[in-house]
Write a protein that binds this ligand. Sequence first.
Ligand code: TXA
Ligand code: MG
Length: 324
Amino acid sequence: MNFETHIGTDIHEAAAYLNSNEIVAIPTETVYGLAANALNELAVSKVYVAKKRPLYNPLIVHIKDINEVEKYAAEVPALAFQLFETFSPGPLTIILPKKDIVPDITTAGKQDVALRIPNHPLSLSLLEMLDYPLAAPSANPFGYISPTSAEHVYNQLRGKIPYILDGGHCKSGLESTVIAFRENKAYLHRLGALGIDELKKIIPNISFETKDDNAPVSPGMLKQHYSPNTILVQSKNIDQLILEQRDRKIGIISFQKNYPIDADKLVVLSPSGDLNEAASRLYAALHYMDALDIDLILVEFMPEEGIGAAMNDRLERAASKFIK
Ligand code: TXA
Ligand code: MG
């Protein structure tokens, strides 16, 4: 289907499209989502098509508040409630056994549903208006960099969706942290905008799932993901690479430091060394670099603290197809 894609801030217009089973890009505090009525198979199928997302990859169901959790989840451990209470609305997604009301296509046939309460005023007001939750993966073509502005969505999905609800630049800029419960034990599925240190205050002994391409419990754990089209190399020694790669056109993304290259080929994520600021700008920097006429994107390793660990996780996946 070919649409003329409009960008606007009208939640009534967004709701009208959603009510007629169309899909709409919505802002969240993490990244933009590609939203559909999570309880309607036809609407949800359009998300997979627009994103070219494999049908084995389930969608997060966005709800308006904690009272909705038990509408869609069959069993909710006390700890899951405690997590929602502490960190929602916010960048936390919890995977729980689903109720039948959630169609199989939304969870890609899995018996679990991923629930999240996004922290963005426009999307929360939109959810208030609807009598169903919104299934929404990140609003990028499968495998590509997630969008953190309406313009990113427009550049990637123009013609494939009727409406982009413009909520400005996403505040945290990295996807939500995903947690699953099995037999009352919590597992970390995906590092994300909610930092580990925060989580550990509630669950000191949380277990990490490992990256394993052969059996991705959650396809966001796929080794290669979040990739720009341009070759990306993450390195601890950018100065050395600048010398080695002098015959190639390079761009550099650094955390704090300046490098001796053309100013328009360098993005310093946070001159003051603030990791949260750096995270909020990372994807925009990747989008920017990918649109330049360069052969190679060199990226520094981020400090492995706070949200820096999640940034390194995304960068490793963005790079891995080239360094295997
Ligand atoms: O911040 C976010 O989480 C954003 C915004 C839009 O909410 N959404 C997002 O969605 O990043 P997506 O689809 O790009 O990533 C969701 C991850 C995927 O790795 C997916 O496989 C996993 O969550 N997931 C969703 N439902 C699941 C389920 N029922 N079981 C296991 N993994 C699930
Ligand atoms: Mg995604």
